[in-house]
Design a protein around this ligand. Structure first.
Ligand SMILES: N[C@@H](CCC(=O)N[C@@H](CS)C(=O)NCC(=O)O)C(=O)O
Length: 193
């Protein structure tokens, strides 16, 4: 089935690129540049009314939300062992990472830094939200760095669909948002993915 990825350079959609390249299945792609405001264009909102990348079109299905896309690709290609489906605890750990990365790190901390206006109605208070976001993001990256200094991958000793998400967060422009980025353990993981 034909696959098409909507992405923005330097955004979290890079994680889908990584997994698609590892899978090795051909796909088409279309750039929806966030800096150029293309995620808010009428054309893109018809595809994803939430106005976010990544979007993966699979035949007639339009799939949004990064964890859902990584999950779909990993399940569709079991030959790559990108999800530990035979091990309930390890699989639950993947869900644990997906929830935390998507909800706490990406939506909350990253959102506070880059889109403070989404969190507060008073423009004069946005700088405070952004400052708190930088603290939240720094703490999150420290947590990730600490984990990866003890373990080779996000979940146990096996590369999984969670690792491209970590890679995407690490290489993206989000890194410039906080002080403790690109630590040795995360850099090592990026080099492996
Ligand atoms: N919950 C969504 C969030 C995706 C998201 O926030 N994507 C950002 C890029 S990293 C985006 O498209 N931002 C566009 C905008 O804020 O206008 C997911 O997990 O896919």
């Amino acid at each position: 089935m034909a696959l098409k990825l909507y992405y923005s350079p330097g955004a979290c959609s890079f994680a889908v690129h990584v997994l698609l390249e590892e899978i090795g299945q051909p796909f088409t792609q279309e750039c929806v540049s966030i800096p150029q405001g293309m995620t808010s264009s009428a054309g893109f909102l018809r595809i994803n009314p939430k106005g976010r990348v990544p979007v993966l079109v699979v035949g007639a299905e339009v799939l949004t939300e990064l964890p859902a896309i990584l999950l779909y690709l990993a399940l569709r290609h079991p030959e790559g062992n990108w999800l530990p489906t035979a091990h309930p605890m390890a699989l639950a750990r993947c869900a644990e990472w997906f929830n935390w990365l998507s909800g706490t790190v990406h939506t909350m901390a990253v959102g506070q830094v880059w889109q403070a206006g989404r969190f507060i109605g008073e423009p004069c208070l946005e700088a405070q939200v952004e400052a708190k976001g930088r603290i939240n993001l720094t703490q999150a990256f420290e947590r990730i760095e600490g984990h990866l200094s003890r373990e080779p991958y996000a979940v146990g000793r096996q590369y999984s669909a969670v690792d491209p998400y970590l890679h995407g967060l690490s290489i993206s422009s989000l890194d410039s948002a906080c002080a403790t980025t690109g630590g040795p353990a995360r850099s090592e993981t990026c080099a492996r993915t």
